[in-house]
Design a protein around this ligand. Structure first.
Ligand SMILES: Cc1cc2nc3c(=O)[nH]c(=O)nc-3n(C[C@H](O)[C@H](O)[C@H](O)COP(=O)(O)OP(=O)(O)OC[C@H]3O[C@@H](n4cnc5c(N)ncnc54)[C@H](O)[C@@H]3O)c2cc1C
Length: 386
């Protein structure tokens, strides 16, 4: 097999940066392109569970991540007034990696970008792919600036609206509205918020994730019209209305919202692409291949697992490139299918709680089975070794 020497990574998110580092550290010449003009990413924060932290360890960035984030080892499910239903200690991590380290998305990007540059990755921003021309022994790419270059592999980590996925499967597989949306805002951390928290309400769910000693982010998940667009000026008023019915810090945050509050709203649009995730010398990973409801905090984690696995299969696998890319697709699909199914069911079950009676029934069931259920998921997620 002609070896894979020149790799184009499309997309400079968590997945693309990790793929670029993994290929470059193993000797490939890597060009990473990002369509945004800078790496000044929006977004609030990310919980990075042990399985992602093991990949970061393999990429050599674990100490920077642990130094920058807030480490926690449990999750809690409360009622709407923060009355405890379940406390769960994650069965994630080991002596080397904690269960979860949460940090701001911006900081995670800075760490990965610096590592990519140290590994010799060439990074070009403000650039995207205009045309992909596949040939048997290379892939020729015309960029948005008119330049044309040849690569041995094109790895598309270009996110939920991936044009690389469009090239592979057209519109046959696209993220579809679930009918639910997620609201997020960064706020001062309450000192009693020391882990991932869910406050199960009636008709919605709210919660918080600590990001540092000083900061946490508050999220709110509820039914929203597919395609809903909210004017920035109205976000505070709309979120305040939606948080009515919750007590504790949620009520305090709701009362403090102003039109200047930095609120992020996004629809939840799950998608899982069946294998193959490639054709010829073009392959995808991360949100381009799968997007999950956020409940297991595994979206970015699966993107970095994909990234590392892709480099391993391509550079150290057996057989033709096609066989290696198929082995990558099969390995990753199985794991992502678990996250997709578990997170999606969780979303649908929690949002089906529409009355006080539903909440009372859910409370009893969660007290009995909630922790054991998450424990099974923890074991599956924790089993991954890069
Ligand atoms: C509410 C919410 C909460 C979440 N919480 C967590 C969490 O706690 N933990 C977790 O692990 N995950 C979480 N996620 C999921 C996580 O954000 C994503 O799964 C992750 O960012 C995917 O990484 P990616 O690199 O595949 O895609 P992205 O981060 O979307 O990056 C794609 C990049 O490609 C660029 N791009 C797009 N098109 C092109 C093109 N044509 N050419 C060049 N560049 C292009 C984009 O500008 C972008 O920079 C959450 C998601 C949501 C919505």
């Amino acid at each position: 097999m002609r070896s894979v020497r020149r790799v184009l990574v499309v997309g400079g998110g968590v997945g693309g940066l990790s793929a670029a580092i993994a290929f470059a550290q193993q000797g490939s010449e890597v060009l990473l392109i990002e369509k945004a003009p800078t790496f000044d990413v929006p977004g609030v924060g990310l919980g990075q569970p042990a399985n992602a932290l093991r990949v970061y360890d393999a990429l050599g960035v674990l100490p920077d991540i642990l130094d920058s984030g807030f480490i926690y080892d449990r999750m809690f499910v409360f009622g709407p007034d923060r009355d405890l239903i379940v406390e769960h200690k994650f069965l994630l991590g080991d002596d080397k990696v904690p269960a979860v380290c949460a940090l701001s998305r911006r900081r995670l990007h800075q760490i990965l970008l610096a590592a990519a540059q140290r590994a010799g990755v060439t990074v070009r921003t403000g650039l995207s792919v205009a045309k992909i021309h596949e040939q048997p022994d290379c892939v020729t790419v015309r960029f948005s600036d008119g330049r044309t270059e040849q690569f041995d592999l094109l790895a598309g980590f270009d996110g939920i609206r991936s044009t690389t996925r469009l090239h592979l499967v057209g519109t046959a597989f696209v993220p579809r509205p679930s009918g639910f949306g997620a609201w997020r805002i960064q706020v001062p951390r309450r000192d009693y918020v020391t882990g991932m928290e869910f406050l199960q309400g009636i008709g919605s769910k709210t919660g918080a994730m600590p990001l540092s000693n000083d900061l946490m982010y508050l999220f709110h998940i509820r039914p929203e019209e597919p395609g809903a667009f909210f004017e920035k000026q109205r976000l505070a008023e709309l979120l305040r209305e939606r948080l009515r019915g919750y007590g504790s810090y949620v009520a305090e945050v709701a009362a403090s919202l102003t039109p200047a509050s930095d609120i992020v709203y996004g629809a939840i649009e799950p998608m899982l692409l069946p294998w193959p995730w490639h054709r010829g010398r073009v392959v995808i990973g991360g949100d381009a291949a799968h997007t999950f409801p956020p409940h297991l905090t595994q979206g970015a984690a699966m993107a970095v697992e994909d990234a590392y696995a892709l480099a391993r299969h391509v550079l150290r696998g057996e057989g033709s490139l096609d066989a290696r890319l198929m082995a990558y697709s099969q390995e990753r699909y199985a794991r992502c299918a678990f996250v997709y199914t578990f997170a999606r069911q969780w979303l649908e079950d929690e949002q089906a709680i529409r009355t006080a009676e539903d909440l009372a029934a859910a409370r009893v069931e969660l007290m009995r089975n909630g922790s054991a259920r998450i424990a099974v998921s923890d074991r599956i997620l924790n089993s991954y070794r890069p």
